[in-house]
Design a protein around this ligand. Structure first.
Ligand SMILES: [Ca+2]
Ligand SMILES: [Ca+2]
Length: 178
């Protein structure tokens, strides 16, 4: 731990620690996506899939857009390389991740369905990996796989109105792409 980090933590701890955060990093895959493209040379083609990732810190409908994956063309089983990182309060059982899948097209993109997953379920799952069927998928079938890396280090931070404001900003700023 660097001196600056230590000083920040020491300051935070001195201010009073009443909550703990667990850092969660997730990656997305999809399995068995149906073909969504029709082209002149072939009757059907696999989709050019990408996912838009949202995060809801509570059971309220206040979603934060975390980011969008790259487009993996012509692939029924994409493994997206992006890592989405955020912090979840210890004991929070209502924070949710929502992944909305699209097939990129020259004209309007095709909606391929979505899945909503409780963060607590991801953390407690074997291998921190869970699979969910896509909901509302026009052509049916298809699954989303969410795999997480969970940092066991807990960072104590004070909970007050200022922190909640900063935390919301933090959810966006912590989003990283690789
Ligand atoms: Ca299409
Ligand atoms: Ca397409």
């Amino acid at each position: 731990m660097g001196r600056a980090t230590f000083l920040v933590l020491a300051t935070i701890l001195a201010a009073g620690c009443v909550s703990a955060l667990t850092r969660v990093e997730i990656m997305l895959s999809a399995r068995d996506l149906p073909d969504y493209d029709i082209c002149c040379s072939s009757p059907v083609l696999p989709p050019d899939g990408y996912a838009v990732v949202y995060f809801a810190p509570s059971n309220l409908d206040d979603y934060f857009e975390e980011g969008t994956t790259t487009i993996l063309s012509n692939n029924n089983n994409p493994n997206w390389p992006e890592v989405f990182s955020f912090n979840v309060a210890e004991g929070n059982t209502t924070a949710r991740l929502r992944a909305v899948l699209w097939d990129s097209d020259v004209d309007d993109d095709d909606y391929m369905g979505s899945a909503e997953i409780n963060i607590a379920d991801i953390i407690s799952a074997f291998g921190h990996s869970v699979t969910r069927s896509l909901q509302g998928a026009p052509k049916g079938d298809g699954k989303v796989v969410v795999t997480a890396r969970v940092n066991g280090t807990l960072v104590h931070v004070p909970v007050d109105s200022g922190f909640r404001h900063a935390r919301h900003l933090n959810y966006k700023s912590l989003n990283t792409r690789t």
